[in-house]
Design a protein around this ligand. Structure first.
Ligand SMILES: Cc1ncc(C[n+]2csc(CCOP(=O)(O)OP(=O)(O)O)c2C)c(N)n1
Ligand SMILES: [Mg+2]
Length: 320
């Protein structure tokens, strides 16, 4: 572990990754039986979410995309309320009106989740501009995918952020896939970080499956954004090991590529490293997994018991 990470208990990082995995596996299982609507999971990408979110301060603001459960859970979202939202129930964070793809949680600084690819990129400069105009301390963190980076809004966003000196930490989760298209078929460069240089934005690519590497890189990047008031782009090189959404048979995936990434599972890597470093015994690791499983079971019961919103709410918060 990097000495800069002294204030964060590495077991906390493992526990958060286990929570995200268990939460998403519950969604996968529930969508198989029709109990829970199918959604986009981030299985395989947990280190990228946990490493970045743990580098943030309480007053930082987050904008994210359709693969957001990891960001929300790492930020401290309650899995029961999150699952209730996905299931369209009234105890969900947005009273069941958002589903899984548009959740915002004001008290956690989650300004936006959007399934409109690139929407978080086009809104980030506006949010950051308001932070600077109102003299607020929090930086803006914008999570987006390699597919979003191929859209015009990515370039517009970086251009304005550089021109207006906006405190934005751009975090690209390069998970090699853009729905059912491999990034090799859609992206002129392997690394999205390469594109930042043309806007004069410092950037770095990090092993997105190594939670301590992500944390260290994100701490450095966030500190730089805070001190300079200017943007930075961090690219997490990772892999989406499940389908684009549930269900998805992944018939379009090269099995050898997927196998190679499965062998670098971020949770197994972190757990083995903690055991090897003497931070954790195998029995403690198993106990941590059990604790997380019980928490998800409670969350699931909570969400299932939550009522659907009343029909009178149908047009509330709908603007025409
Ligand atoms: C503007 C827009 N175009 C297309 C889609 C359909 N769509 C949803 S997710 C996705 C792929 C996005 O890829 P990426 O940004 O790499 O994110 P990932 O799903 O890999 O996390 C597409 C094309 C959409 N939701 N919005
Ligand atoms: Mg992608």
């Amino acid at each position: 572990m990097n000495p800069k990470q002294h204030e964060i208990d590495p077991r906390q990082l493992l526990q958060q990754m286990l929570l995200i995995r268990a939460y998403e596996e519950a969604i996968v299982a529930g969508s198989g039986t029709g109990k829970i609507p199918g959604t986009c999971t981030s299985v395989g990408q947990e280190a990228a979410a946990v490493g970045v979110v743990n580098a943030l301060a309480g007053d930082d603001l987050i904008l994210t995309n359709h693969r957001s459960a990891g960001h929300l859970l790492a930020r401290g979202a309650d899995p029961g309320r999150l699952l209730a939202e996905v299931m369209g129930r009234s105890d969900g964070y947005c009273r069941g009106h958002s589903g899984s793809l548009h959740i915002s949680v004001k008290e956690l600084g989650i300004v936006l989740t959007s399934t409109i690819v690139g929407a978080e990129l086009s809104l980030a400069p506006g949010v950051a501009l308001s932070q600077t105009m109102l003299n607020r301390p929090g930086i803006v963190v914008c999570f987006f995918g390699d597919g979003a980076a191929c859209e015009g809004s990515f370039h517009e966003s970086l251009n304005l952020a550089a021109l207006w000196n906006l405190p934005i930490l751009y975090v690209c989760e390069n998970n090699q896939w853009q729905a059912f298209v491999h990034r090799r078929e859609a992206t002129s460069r392997d690394h999205i970080a390469d594109w930042a240089a043309s806007y004069g934005i410092p950037a770095r690519t990090v092993d997105g499956n190594d939670v301590s590497a992500v944390l260290a890189a994100a701490q450095e990047a966030a500190a730089q954004v805070r001190e300079s008031g200017r943007p930075y782009l961090l690219e997490n090189w990772t892999y989406r090991t499940r389908g684009h959404f549930e269900p998805d048979d992944q018939a379009y995936v090269d099995p050898a590529e997927r196998e190679a990434w499965l062998a670098r599972d971020p949770i197994a890597m972190c757990r083995d490293c903690l055991i090897a470093d003497g931070h954790l015994t195998p029995a403690q690791a198993a106990a941590l997994a059990d604790k997380v499983a019980s928490r998800i079971a409670v969350a699931q019961s909570f969400a299932e018991a939550s009522p659907f919103p009343d029909v009178s709410e149908l047009t509330r918060n709908v603007y025409a």
